[in-house]
Design a protein. Structure first.
Length: 133
C-alpha cells in the first residue's frame, strides 16, 4: 500500500428497518479502512430482486447518512456495477455479510474481499416476520 493513500472500503445493501446488525456491520467495515462507501439498493433494484422495503430509497439514505461510520452513499442500481464502482472510487476493500460468501470472489482480482459475520438473531427479514405476527 502506498504511504498516505486512503484505504477505501465499499459495501452494499438495502439497509431497511435499520437495526443493531446493520450498525455492527458498518462499524466493522469502517474499521478496515479510512473511508466507507455504502452502495444503497434503489427501489427499482429492489423490485428487480423481488424485494420490498418498508422505507423508500430517500428515507433509507437519510437514515443511513446519519451513521457516523458512513462517509458516502451511492445508489446501487444493479448487480453488475460493483466492478465499475471499485474502479471509479479506487476501492481497496470490498466488504459484505458472510451469507454472501463466495458470491463476490471474482472481485478479488481488483481489491481485497472480506465476508464479515452477521450479527446473530437479528435481520430485517426476522423483524418483518415478527411484525406480521
Amino acid at each position: 500500500m502506498i504511504k498516505n493513500k486512503k484505504i477505501i472500503v465499499l459495501t452494499y445493501g438495502t439497509f431497511d428497518l435499520l437495526h443493531e446488525g446493520h450498525i455492527k456491520l458498518l462499524k466493522r467495515a469502517k474499521k478496515l479502512g479510512d473511508y466507507l462507501i455504502v452502495g444503497l439498493s434503489t427501489d427499482k433494484f429492489n423490485e428487480k430482486k423481488h424485494k420490498t422495503s418498508f422505507f423508500n430509497y430517500n428515507k433509507r439514505k437519510t437514515i443511513l447518512s446519519s451513521i457516523k461510520y458512513v462517509d458516502k452513499i451511492i445508489p446501487e442500481n444493479n448487480w453488475e456495477q460493483k466492478k465499475k464502482d471499485i474502479k471509479k472510487y479506487n476501492v481497496c476493500i470490498f466488504v459484505i455479510g458472510n451469507d454472501w460468501r463466495g458470491k463476490f470472489d471474482d472481485l478479488k482480482s481488483m481489491c481485497k474481499v472480506i465476508y464479515l459475520p452477521r450479527t446473530k438473531n437479528i435481520s430485517t427479514s426476522h423483524i418483518k416476520e415478527k411484525l406480521k405476527k
